[in-house]
Ligand binder design. Structure first.
Ligand code: AHM
Ligand code: MG
Length: 335
């Protein structure tokens, strides 16, 4: 039996009414992310051609400056959301400060702010390995009609109304949540549409994959060292398999489908971990919880951490519920 797959556009319209703050604004916002994702995807797919058509950062044959892909992605997402006048503010991992958006005719009337990591894991681009975009959406807390302030961006992750990622992999997928489960859409490049391919995504409660940069092992806290040894021990279902792409979106995506845990702990080199709370950890933590997984800094639920600055870093442990709880157990026991 064949049945027609739903497109992301259709899915957004169908779910708009059920969204608790429904006014169409959030749907337009997700739609604009979908559009920018397609444009960025096109550019990412051409990355392997740089030797033929010129390096990023160089001037191309038309005399135009070619941008590095992460700069390109940053500009594209910001431009799309600004032009369509659907958010009141944007913060990006690529920008030092947040951007306040104000249209000529409607002064600060939009209610959402977006935080974005436009191209995460971008060092993987040079070697043709998957990268991703991560986004996080909040309702502003300052009054409509006034410019956004830093407080609109420094909200706890538990206040997110939507979050998602795009993985530019063997196929390109957009995966997102509006707080009612997680759904994944695969891009059909021939047609240019995303189709619902992974409805109601969930982390298996347990898994057998651990993903961590073990090159930093000697610098890890004792609890993490002990947990890694536990993963490697021959007992019950162990040893687990080690899989580390070094691209958070891809490692998360695989672990969500197969069952696994991702860890980026603190180390001597990175005393607060490496990943950014606002652009990376909060959105992934929201997705993880919506997919019945867990996300923690080893002791505290990520979504409960009160951010104090835009580019704050935190240790990050995320994945299948039982695995994250086990890692937390080790953190508590071996401080
Ligand atoms: P980036 O924001 O500079 O791209 O760094 C984030 C990336 C994650 O996608 C990935 O999981 C991690 O950094 C890999 O770091 P490392 O190379 O230290 O293992
Ligand atoms: Mg990043």
């Amino acid at each position: 039996m064949t049945h027609k797959k739903q497109t992301l556009g259709e899915f957004i319209i169908e779910h708009q009414a059920s969204f608790k703050y429904s006014s169409g604004e959030l749907s337009s916002l997700i739609n604009s992310i979908r559009l920018a994702a397609k444009v960025v995807n096109h550019e990412v797919n051409k990355a392997g051609l740089v030797d033929i058509i010129g390096q990023f950062g160089e001037t191309n044959i038309q005399g135009e400056d070619q941008q590095k892909l992460d700069v390109y992605a940053n500009n594209k997402f910001i431009q799309t959301m600004t032009n369509r006048n659907i958010v009141c503010g944007i913060a990006s991992e690529e920008e030092d400060d947040f951007i306040s958006i104000n249209s000529q005719d409607e002064k600060h009337q939009n209610k959402y702010v977006v935080l974005i990591d436009p191209l995460d894991g971008s060092t993987n681009i040079d070697v043709n390995v998957s990268v991703g975009t991560i986004f996080s959406i909040y309702r502003r807390i300052t009054p409509i009609g006034t410019p956004v302030t830093i407080d609109d961006f420094l909200q706890k992750g538990s206040q997110q109304v939507a979050a998602g990622y795009i993985v530019y992999g063997t196929s390109t997928m957009l995966v997102y949540t509006t707080g009612d489960g997680v759904n994944g859409f695969t891009l059909n490049p021939a047609i240019g549409s995303f189709y619902l391919s992974h409805p109601d995504m969930e982390f298996p409660e347990d898994g057998n994959i651990y993903s961590v940069n073990e090159g930093n092992y000697l610098d890890f806290p004792l609890g993490i060292k002990k947990y890694i040894k536990y993963c490697q021990m021959e007992e019950d279902e162990r040893p687990y398999t080690s899989r580390y792409i070094g691209s958070l979106v891809s490692d998360f995506h695989r672990n969500m489908i197969k069952g696994g845990i991702y860890l980026y702990p603190k180390s001597t080199k990175n005393p607060n971990g490496k990943l950014r709370l606002l652009y990376e950890c909060n959105p992934m933590a929201f997705l993880a919880e919506q997919a019945k997984g867990k996300a923690s800094d080893g002791f505290t639920r990520i979504l409960d951490i009160q951010p104090t600055e835009l580019h704050q870093r935190v240790p990050f442990i995320c994945g299948s519920k039982n695995m994250v709880e086990k890692a937390e157990e080790f953190m508590r026991e071996f401080q």
